[in-house]
Write a protein that binds this ligand. Structure first.
Ligand code: FAD
Length: 404
């Protein structure tokens, strides 16, 4: 009897934890497992703001996929997925086509610019390792150029961060640490630098406890970061961004760097599959399968699940992506054995947003926390993600232990 082929697309938190769990439970003869990913490394998306600000080296946020897969059980293919045909059960990639019996889509998130003109072209986004590198180098270039110029354009030293959600706030926290270092490195007076967070919504960090939000804003302001809340970006140009400040009132802010961190969507490839989706996210069945396709599972940010308690979607997080990977592996094994699949229920342990290297806010195990304690917890969470996928060896190599 031919082994079934399980094809996993994407080695992010969702895809990689699916594979790691499958290889733990399945024997070599049970299934052919193929993992396809654009790069031969996995990156910690949740650390990308640090690589983008320059507080962590880009190499530190990634590791080789070969470190965590068992080669006798899993075939890794480095390729870009170009199209997914769920009717013909065929995936087209940059190195050829691959058929499957079961498909797992874990192709992750992309930035969402909501059709605001110019953002796609002129704003940078914290989307992957190279995008993070580009932000870091762009900011350094602006500082170096300012220092060299005879006639100084101070707007080179203005950094606009679009979005006061989780990613925007975490990135601002890192900038708060990094800017003083940059000023020293490039001989730039600190008062010339402006870091401004612009947000369309009337609040910072929606969904977070108001007391924690107040703490975060106070801490960031004490590092010189400014906020413009309730002021949507209506356009980006090579010179900066235009903000809407009132009914007929607009303000143009010149900036050498604009980073857009105000929204995510699922991977665009989802939209071409014919599977019903919203912003490239598929409202999956309770067992994580795509509606109408019994052999297709979707995990991570490409999946959408409603939290019935509040009738709103769960936010796209690494925490949920990894738990989905576990459940997806279990359900694949159940299907192959002809057993019923199980319902996925997220087990939310909390949420911690970092505010630089030794400060954070969050709730973990039902407790609110701030400062060094929260920062310590955050690093533990980061280390846990490494541990769950790659065990102790990987955790010691890539983990965050500056706290101990
Ligand atoms: P991803 O991690 O996005 O991985 C997708 C993978 O697919 C990547 O390896 C990519 O290279 C690959 N891929 C994409 N397209 C293709 C293609 N066409 N062909 C081949 N391969 C492809 N979540 C938390 O829980 N806690 C946090 O503290 C947190 N902080 C965050 C901070 C930042 C700065 C950001 C950006 C996100 C943060 N998140 C956090 C959210 C979290 O990172 C995402 O929810 C999570 O990464 C989603 O996992 P995923 O498996 O769906 O996809």
């Amino acid at each position: 009897k031919k082994r079934p082929t399980i094809l996993v697309l994407g080695a992010g938190y969702g895809g990689l934890s699916t594979v790691v769990n499958l290889q733990k439970s399945l024997g070599v003869d049970d299934a052919e497992i193929i993992l396809i990913n654009k790069n031969d490394y996995h990156y910690e998306s949740t650390w990308l703001h640090e690589a983008a600000a320059g507080t962590l080296k880009p190499e530190q946020v990634r590791y080789d996929i070969s470190r965590v897969i068992k080669k006798d059980k899993v075939t890794f293919v480095k390729a870009e997925v170009q199209a997914i045909d769920v009717k013909a059960k065929l995936v087209t990639t940059s190195v050829g086509q691959q058929s499957y019996d079961y498909l797992v889509i874990g192709l992750g998130f992309e930035g969402e610019t909501f059709g605001i003109p110019g953002l796609d072209k002129y704003a940078l986004s914290i989307a992957n390792v190279n995008a993070a590198r580009q932000i870091r180098e762009h900011i350094e270039y602006q500082f170096a150029t300012w220092a060299l110029e005879d006639v100084k354009a101070d707007s080179r030293l203005t950094i606009i961060v679009g979005g006061a959600g989780f990613t925007g706030i975490e990135f601002l926290g890192e900038l708060g640490d990094r800017i003083p270092e940059l000023c020293e490195e490039f001989d730039v007076p600190a008062d010339k630098v402006k870091v401004l967070c612009v947000e369309a919504a009337p609040m910072v960090l929606p969904g977070f406890d108001p007391e924690l939000v107040e703490y975060a804003v106070r801490q960031l302001k004490s590092k010189g970061i400014e906020f413009s809340i309730g002021t949507p970006v209506v356009e980006a140009t090579p010179e900066g961004v235009k903000l809407k400040k009132g009914d007929d009132e607009f303000e143009f802010i010149e900036a050498g760097t604009v980073v857009w961190a105000a929204g995510v969507r699922g991977n665009r490839l989802i939209e071409e599959t014919g599977i019903e989706n919203m912003r490239a996210r598929v409202k999956v069945e309770k067992d994580l399968r795509a509606p109408g396709y019994d052999d297709v599972f979707i995990v991570g940010d490409c999946a959408l699940m409603i939290n019935e308690e509040i009738n709103r979607p769960y936010p796209p997080t690494a925490q949920i992506a990894m738990q989905q990977g576990d459940m997806c592996a279990n359900n694949l094994i159940a299907l192959m054995k002809g057993q019923p699949t199980q319902t996925f229920v997220p087990d939310l342990k909390g949420s911690i947003a970092s505010l630089g290297s030794d400060d954070a806010i969050g709730v973990a195990f039902g407790k609110k926390m701030t400062g060094k304690k929260a920062s310590f917890m955050k690093k533990m969470v980061d280390n846990r993600a490494l541990y769950l996928i790659g065990g102790a060896g990987l955790t010691f190599k890539k983990g965050k232990f500056d706290i101990l």
